[in-house]
Design a protein around this ligand. Structure first.
Ligand SMILES: [Zn+2]
Length: 280
């Protein structure tokens, strides 16, 4: 029955073999086989600490990902906003160009008025004809200026529509980003709270662990991540998979001292169910 249970919970993972027995079950197994000697107690405490540290590292990892996530929400909103500003600037530019043409046309009209007055005042036919020619030229220019103004007005109209769409998109993106940022902040707060609680609780956990064992554990935690108290599975290290000589398994089973993997230095523990698994 235990064997079945063990196989069910036994996970092969990319980072190495990891025993994922539920916490209570794992310690019951330890106690059933080896009683509750000092070394078992140390191992138990280290396993509880390791569970705690896994959660702490997981939360720190999640928190570390939040800043880039926040930046991506913000920059997406900023990009849509910038798009809108660009369209608005184009609208303004087209309107300015159109206004310039309008002023130019008005000055041509004034010019025509002046030429007409001169025509009215002159007695010379030649001068009259020359002025008439000037007036025609002005009228042509005005017609051209008005055509170009119409083109610009059409352009402005298209751009206004674009600006309308961009405004709506910007609002939607902003609203979405605001929601995402709020949700992120809530998640961040609750993770930070949990982290604070876990870290303060961690000090209580470490307080009564054998100092040497704890130092060794802490060093491994810094260098090897969160899988440092490992079971012997199928006669190999649950961390680095090195096959152990029988003698090492025997001393681990005897549980008189802290046994570490000669290859990776991880702290080893032994349960009879692991032995059963090794026989398979
Ligand atoms: Zn190892």
């Amino acid at each position: 029955m235990f064997e079945f249970f063990f196989h069910k919970m036994f996970n092969q993972r990319a980072g190495g073999i990891r025993i994922d027995l539920p916490r209570q079950g794992r310690y019951r197994l330890l106690q059933r086989r080896n009683g509750n000697g000092p070394m078992q107690q140390i191992i138990e405490k280290l396993l509880i600490l390791q569970d705690r540290d896994r959660r702490i590292l997981h939360i720190r990892d999640q928190l570390a990902r939040m800043q880039p996530e926040r930046q991506s929400f913000q920059s997406r909103a900023a990009a849509t906003q910038a798009g809108l500003e660009a369209v608005k600037a184009k609208v303004k530019l087209v309107e300015m160009d159109r206004k310039k043409l309008e002023l130019e046309a008005e000055s041509k009209k004034l010019q025509i008025e002046r030429y007409s007055l001169q025509q009215f005042q002159t007695k010379k036919n030649e001068e009259y004809r020359a002025l008439a020619h000037e007036i025609d030229t002005c009228k042509e220019s005005i017609a051209q200026l008005e055509d170009r103004q119409l083109e610009l007005m059409e352009q402005a109209e298209t751009l206004q529509k674009e600006a309308g769409t961009a405004t709506r998109q910007t609002e939607e993106t902003r609203k979405l980003a605001d929601g995402q940022l709020r949700e992120l902040a809530t998640r961040e707060q609750s993770l930070s709270d949990e982290l604070t609680a876990l870290e303060s609780n961690r000090n209580q956990l470490t307080a009564d662990i054998d100092e040497r064992a704890l130092r060794h554990y802490e060093r491994l935690l810094r260098n090897k991540g969160d899988n440092v108290v490992v079971g012997i599975v199928h006669g190999v290290c649950g961390g680095c998979h090195m096959r152990f000589p029988v003698q090492l398994m025997v001393s681990c089973q005897a549980a008189k001292e802290l046994v570490t993997c000669p290859n990776c230095g991880r702290i080893l523990y032994y349960t009879p169910d692991m032995d059963v698994a090794a026989v398979d």
